[in-house]
Write a protein that binds this ligand. Structure first.
Ligand code: TYD
Length: 213
């Protein structure tokens, strides 16, 4: 049987620069001859992209956190079935922009019971954990000013609209996840210059893939 691939997720508050860094990492790995699949959540498969529209567009209060959790988990199930698992089975490196830690932070942060719902749904319906998660850490104010500067986000800003206090809480949630799972998670300081951030990303990823940093 072919060697199973490697599942890497990138996480962080809105505007932390993780998507750009994920792309740079994918290019660097491809240049070394690896097969790399770049994907994202919510989305990453045709059905999941349909669910994405329901989630990221519209008024901030359109769904309760409970309903959001169900929709994100449904989208994730489709994405894992159709895109992630087949790529891992084929031996590829999968780089996924957001995954279950985003659900833990964005939907699960409101209440202990909600966090339990997120974790239990993950255990019941998804059952796939990343081999490595990079958590891009940035001051919440800096993240929001970066998303404001982005031209393409106009229709897709339901979560950015929730404001600076929400982003600050998210940051704490992501850091708490990293602290709770130090084997799986590496925190990357996203305030540094893009080249310096890319170096930190490589230092975290290369040894785990058996490459020299
Ligand atoms: P995304 O397009 O990846 O936004 P960004 O470019 O800021 O990374 O994700 C859309 C929004 O969905 C983002 O604000 C985070 C939110 N989200 C959740 O609330 N829960 C989740 O489980 C996921 C995957 C994303």
């Amino acid at each position: 049987m072919a060697k199973r691939g490697f599942f890497l997720t990138v996480e962080g508050i809105d505007g932390a620069g993780k998507s750009t860094q994920a792309q740079r990492l994918a290019e660097r790995l491809r240049a070394l001859g690896h097969s790399v699949i770049e994907t994202r959540e919510p989305g990453g498969a045709p059905g999941a992209e349909e669910i994405r529209k329901l989630l990221v567009e519209g008024a901030p209060g359109r769904w309760s956190a409970e309903t959001e959790t169900l929709l994100f988990t449904a989208a994730r199930r489709d994405h894992v079935e159709r895109t992630v698992e087949p790529a891992l089975a084929a031996g590829s490196i999968v780089i996924c922009d957001r995954y279950v830690d985003s659900t833990r932070a964005y939907q699960g942060a409101g209440a202990v019971e909600l966090r339990q719902v997120v974790d239990r749904l993950h255990a019941l319906a998804i059952r796939l954990d990343p081999d490595l998660t990079l958590i891009f850490d940035l001051d919440a104010g800096a993240g929001l000013s970066r998303t404001d500067a982005r031209a393409n986000g106009a229709a897709e800003n339901r979560f950015e609209q929730k404001g600076a206090a929400f982003q600050a809480r998210l940051r704490q949630e992501f850091l708490a996840i990293a602290e709770a799972e130090p084997e799986r998670c590496v925190v990357i300081d996203a305030a540094a210059a893009p080249d310096a951030v890319a170096d930190k990303v490589w230092e975290a990823v290369a040894p785990r893939l058996g490459l020299t940093p």
